[in-house]
Design a protein around this ligand. Structure first.
Ligand code: SPQ
Length: 425
């Protein structure tokens, strides 16, 4: 993919459905009774992997573009897959489905691509094994491929060492099949879509501070779910609108759940001209449109409690920092090392290639903004968030940028380059 500097960005863009919420709609619809109807479903490769896994366990799922009908099998109605469950590139599919599989009456094998085979699974294996689940890493390296032999589970309270919605959701989902109340406490609250959506399906989920508790064996009933636009996808347009001179864009239908909206708070703190319009609630999630105008930005510090609310947006925030005056320090974000790529390393390597002044640290990075940014060859390492962040960086850079394996954007945003081109006409 090749991109160059543009004069301005104008117009309106509607971003596709939220990836985290789309995954959960398929999973919870599959283990509910009756019909679940999902609109604005994200047609990205990750969410299609989730559909295919549940189809292999006997769930009838019909998809017409972004409209999905799930004929749920009920909490105890999944059937043994005849084939490996292929999770593709999706950490969310792997970790959440493991919680469900741990409580079934059959054995399943899970595997995915080269990236997924390096992502840590110990973080879910430990609590699941505390619940007496039988989950093994086939190669003994605590990564996929995984073999899970379902069995009755024991309820636990889990003190998670990491603020991770995937760990929390995995334990809560296993808790549906446990012999009592299961709870998870995390160090900082992570995204809470599982708690919100499972409640809507009829589960009894209680959230107090950083602890979520679930009752076992509920009757889950199919729902109508409209998936809000993904703030993680909106982030690229937000950054583009702020850094490309003479720009004014509206990003429509953006989910602004407070456990996800950290990028808005950071961009405002950096001097970004951003206005929330038409604030409303869609399927229990807060949503708005964002009016974004080019801005003169300054550095900031991003650390502590805000990190889980913007962890996937740090590549985009790093681009903002490179175009801002002064220093931006990002810390407490060691989780970046275990995403689709080691994002501390891939952000650093690619920003250096574009002429930015960046120093990686153990848990983040320091970016001294203001260095002239020029086009370069960017290695996405097949990480969708790296590809999209640097595509946006290219729009305000001097000269041409080439993104290697740029088609990895299909993981979470298949129409990304087309939408970007529409705004730069
Ligand atoms: O699904 P995957 O590959 O883990 O996706 C990522 C992403 O950048 O899209 C992370 F690499 O998002 C995660 C996110 O980082 C999605 C997610 C969820 O839906 O629960 C939670 C976060 O991960 P974690 O490990 O903090 O729970």
């Amino acid at each position: 993919m090749k991109l160059s500097n543009v004069k301005h960005l104008t117009g309106k863009v509607s971003i596709p459905g939220d990836k985290s919420i789309s995954h959960r709609a398929i999973m919870f619809g599959s283990i509910s009774n009756g019909l679940t109807e999902v609109s604005n479903f994200l047609e990205g490769a990750d969410c299609l992997s989730t559909i295919s896994c549940f189809q292999k366990m006997g769930v009838s799922i019909e998809r017409d573009n972004d409209h999905v009908l799930i004929h749920g099998n009920g909490l105890h109605g999944l059937t043994a897959p005849q084939d490996i469950l292929d999770v593709g590139n999706s950490g969310t599919t792997t970790r959440l489905i493991s919680g469900i599989l741990a409580g079934q009456s059959f054995t399943s094998h899970l595997n995915g691509d080269a990236s997924i085979q390096t992502r840590p699974m110990k973080r879910i294996m430990t609590p699941l094994q505390m619940m007496q689940a039988d989950i093994r890493s086939d190669k003994g390296n605590d990564c996929a491929p995984l073999t899970i032999t379902g069995r009755p589970l024991h309820a636990i309270h889990y003190d998670s060492p990491v603020a991770s919605a995937q760990v929390k959701s995995c334990v809560l989902l296993a808790g549906l099949y446990a012999d009592g109340q299961t709870s998870v406490t995390e160090p900082i609250l992570s995204r809470n879509h599982t708690e919100l959506m499972l409640s809507a399906f009829g589960a009894t989920v209680c959230s107090k501070g950083t602890t979520a508790t679930i009752d076992p064996d509920p009757v889950l009933t199919g729902q109508k779910i409209e998936v809000p636009g993904d703030i993680s996808s909106a982030a690229y347009f937000l950054v583009a609108g702020l850094i490309v001179p003479n720009s004014e864009i509206v990003i429509r239908n953006v989910g602004i759940n407070p456990t996800r909206d950290g990028i808005l708070r950071v961009a405002l703190a950096m001097g970004g001209d951003i206005t929330r319009l038409n604030e409303r609630t869609v399927s229990g999630e807060p949503v708005c449109d964002l009016l974004v105008r080019s801005s003169s930005l300054h550095g900031t510090t991003v650390e502590g409690e805000i990190i889980p609310t913007l962890i996937d947006e740090i590549p985009a925030i790093a681009i903002l920092a490179a175009y801002a005056d002064g220093t931006t320090t990002i810390r407490d974000a060691a989780e970046l090392k275990v995403k689709e790529s080691d994002r501390i390393q891939t952000i650093t390597e690619n920003l250096l290639a574009m002429g930015a002044d960046i120093t990686p640290t153990d848990d983040g990075m320091i970016i001294r903004g203001g260095a002239p940014i020029h086009g370069a060859t960017i290695n996405s390492y097949k990480d969708h968030r790296i590809a999209m962040s640097f595509a946006v960086a290219a729009l305000a850079a001097d000269g041409e940028t080439t993104i290697i394996d740029g088609d990895c954007v299909n993981i979470s945003y298949p129409g990304f380059y087309d939408d970007l081109a529409l705004l730069s006409r």
